[in-house]
Design a protein around this ligand. Structure first.
Ligand code: SF4
Length: 60
């Protein structure tokens, strides 16, 4: 099962991951991205590649 991690110190709260994830893994909470729906991740890596601060790590 994929593991999606957001480094809260790096997250700038722009919400790009919320926009690019095709299966709605992320939700904004207190202006930080939280991977609330990791089980749905299809490991497309759109979040990893598009996050401008490299805050997201996806492990298969
Ligand atoms: S790898 Fe793809 S499916 Fe998984 S959390 Fe990132 S954008 Fe969503």
């Amino acid at each position: 099962m994929p593991k999606v991690t957001v480094d809260k110190d790096k997250c700038n709260g722009d919400g790009i991951c919320v926009s690019v994830c095709p299966v709605s893994v992320f939700e904004m909470q207190n202006e930080k991205s939280v991977p609330v729906n990791q089980d749905a991740c299809i490991v497309c890596r759109a979040c990893e590649t598009q996050c401008p601060t490299q805050a997201i790590t996806v492990e298969e």
